[in-house]
Every structure is written in structure tokens, then in C-alpha cells.
Design a protein around this ligand. Sequence first.
Ligand code: DQA
Length: 150
Amino acid sequence: PAVLVLHGPNLNLLGRREPEVYGHTSLAELDALLQRRAARYGVAVECFQSNHEGALIDRLHQAPGRYLGVIFNPGGYAHTSVALRDAVAAIAGLGVPVIEVHLSNVHAREPFRHRLLTAGASRGVISGLGVTGYLLALEGLLALAGLAPG
Ligand code: DQA
């Protein structure tokens, strides 16, 4: 079994980008952390980052039949993208849960970050816990798949 971790725009700069908001962990370190944690359950983690909306949509479309679930940080597209929301809803309908993660607490920030278009189609949302949020999302997907105590 495998999980897809999908990172949206600007997350390639993680660790160097506004570290007071997003932390000092790099994307490569985050991915390695998730891979190590999932390995305890015999689950593989595939990671993909893109700054392009369509590339993220393409990866979501590939998820059914491949991944037991998706951990998705849509970055700024969370606030703007009907197309990404529709892609999340499409794969949810095909049995692939998506847990949306934001490193920062978007509800404590600027008003334009309070509206999350993608969140309404997601199985769950975690915001404000930094890198820990991804580990919790992994735990959530494993529980939904019956691979960890839920
Ligand atoms: C973010 C929050 C978004 O508002 C922002 O545009 C990002 C990162 C987060 O992880 O906290 O790029 O998704």
C-alpha cells in the first residue's frame, strides 16, 4: 500500500521561505520523515511537488487504484482553485480520501486565507501544526484504511 503526498506552489522553498511562518524543515526532510513513519506500517510514501495547478490535478487523477489516500497541501491554490476542489471531489467519489494540510493556521492569518475551496471536498483538514500536521494526516489515512488504530 502507498500514500501520495502532494505539495502545491511555493512549498519547494520550504525551510527557507518565511521560516517564522512555515518552519525550518525543508521539503526533502519532511518527505523523508513521512517515509520513515509510514514504513513502520509497511506503507510507501510517494511525494510530488508542483507550482502548476494542472500538474497537481493530473497527480490527483492518477490516485484511484494507486494510493490508499492523499495528503495534500494545496498552498495558495486552496483559496482560489475550483478546479483543484473538483479534482479532490472526483477522487473522493472514487474512494480515495484526501486530507488537506496547512503548516500555518490559515484561520489566524489574513482574511483571504480563511476561505478554503479545497477543504469542502477533503475528508479532513489540519491547519496550524507545522510538520506535525502531516504526520497526523498520515495517521488519519492509515486509520481510515484500517492499517492503524483509529
Ligand atoms: C499554506 C497556507 C497558504 O495560505 C499559503 O498560500 C501557502 C502555505 C500553509 O501550508 O500554511 O502557500 O498552505
